[in-house]
Design a protein around this ligand. Sequence first.
Ligand code: SF4
Length: 494
Amino acid sequence: MARSHTSGLSKSLILKGLQCRKALWLTRNPPAFELPPQPARDALFSAGTEVGILARQLYPGGREVPFEGLSIPAQLARTKELLASDVEVIYEAAFSFSAIFIKVDILVRDGDSWQLHEVKMSSAVKSVHLDDVAVQHYVLNGCGIKVSKAVLIHLDRSYCRGEELEIQRLFHSEEITTKVKARQQSLPEIVIECRQTLGEYREPAIPIGPHCTDPYQCEFIPYCWRQVPTPSVFDLPGDAADKFAFYRRGLSSFAELPLAELEPRQRQQVEAFLNRTRNIDQQRLKEFLARIRYPLCCLDLTGVSTALPLFAGTRPYQPLPFLFAVHRQSSPDDPPEQVSFLAEPGRDPRSQLARELLAAIPASACVLTCNPTVDRNLLSDLATRYPELAPAIEQRLANLQDLLTPFRNRWIDDWRMNSVETLSDVLPALGIDLPAPVTALTDEGAAQRAYLACQASTDPAQQEQLQRELLSYAEQNGLTMVRVLQELRNLARH
Ligand code: SF4
C-alpha cells in the first residue's frame, strides 16, 4: 500500500534513490535505531565543502545564494533576482521544478544562456557525477533556463603545488554536456520511482549488497547490516560478489556455509572457527622468525592524504607521512628503546621526519612493520623527494619485514582470527588483551583526522592535547608490535 502524497525531492535524494531505494526511504523515515557517529563520513563532507568553495575562485566575483539562514522559498526568490540582474556568476543558485529542489555550485552567464559547473573533490569524472549533473540540467531546463554547457570541475592529480595553491592548475574542467543530456532522458521515470518509494508505508525490502558501498558508503550500513552475524561470510578472504551470492542464499554465519563450496583458505578459516582450533605451521613460523635479526626496529608510521595538497611540492591525494614511533632493540632480551616523531602544525613534515626516521633506525636494523605496502610507498616518496637521503632510505626499505606475515598466510590459524588487515586483527589469536587505551585514537583514520584537526586549530591547548594523543597512539602501536613478536617467539618454542 502506498501513501497518496507526491513527495518533494532534492538532487541528493534522487541520487540516494539511484543507489538504493531503501536508503532513500530511510532518509525520510529514519529507523528507530541510533546510528553511531560516522566521523570519516563527516570529514569527507567537510573536505568536499572546502573544495567547492575554493573552486569558486575559478569564476571570481560571483554572488552566493546561501543555504544556511534562508528558507527554500527565499533561496528561490534570491536566485530569481540574481538571474534578472546583470550578475555574471552565481554560487549555489537554487531552483525547483516539478517539486525537485537543486543547488548549482557555479552558474556562469553565457550570453542569454548559462553554463552549469559542478565541483567534485574526486580526480576524475565518475558515472554518479553524470547522474548528479543530469538532475540539475533537468531542473534548469524545466525552469526555462537555457544551459549552454555542463561542466564537471574536479581535482587534477598531476598538479604539484607551489608555495600558494594555484587554483587554475589545481582544478581540471571537463565538459560533459552530451553525456548529461543522454542521461537526462531517463530522469522523469527515475523521479516517478523515487516518489513511489517515498510513498511506501513500509521500508522497502532491499537486501544488503555491493550497492551499500558503491558509489558511496551508505550511512545506514550500521542499521541494515545489524543482522549479519559475527563472524560471517564477509569476514572471509575472497571475492565480494561470491560472498553476497552466499548471503542471498541465506548462508552467512560460518555454521551455515557449505564447506564444499568454499575456497581452501576460506574453508580453513571456517573449520578453525567451528572446531575452535588453532593450527600453527611451526616450520614456517620458525623460518619467518629466523629472518628477524637484531638490531630490530618495530616501526609504526602513519601518513595522511588530503584532497587539497597541504604543502609546497605535494599533489592532491598524495600520501604524506606525519607520525612515527620506533621501538628499537639490540637483542631479544633488551627492553625496547622508544623514539617518536610528530609533525609540527603548519609545517611540511617530510624533511624532518625522513631525517629523524633515519636517525632512529640503524642502517643494519631489521625493520618490522604491519603496513608494508603503505610504508614502502611513503618511504619511496621520501627517497624521491630527497635524493641525498635516497641511499639510506633504500637501505631501510631493503630491511623491511611484515610482522603480520605468519597471520596473513595463516601459518598461525586461530579460530578467533578473521581476515587480517591490521595489527588489532591478530591480537585475539594471541590472547593479547591490551591495557586500557591511553588515547581516544583507536585507529589510523582517527589519527589522520586528529592530525588534520591539529593543522586547522588555532588553539594551542587543543593542539597540545591532539599532539599528546597522536604520540600515544603511535607509541602504543609500537609497543603492541613488540608484544606480538614476543608471543610469536613463545609459540615457536612449543
Ligand atoms: S545499507 Fe545498503 S541496503 Fe541499507 S539502505 Fe544503505 S544501501 Fe540500502
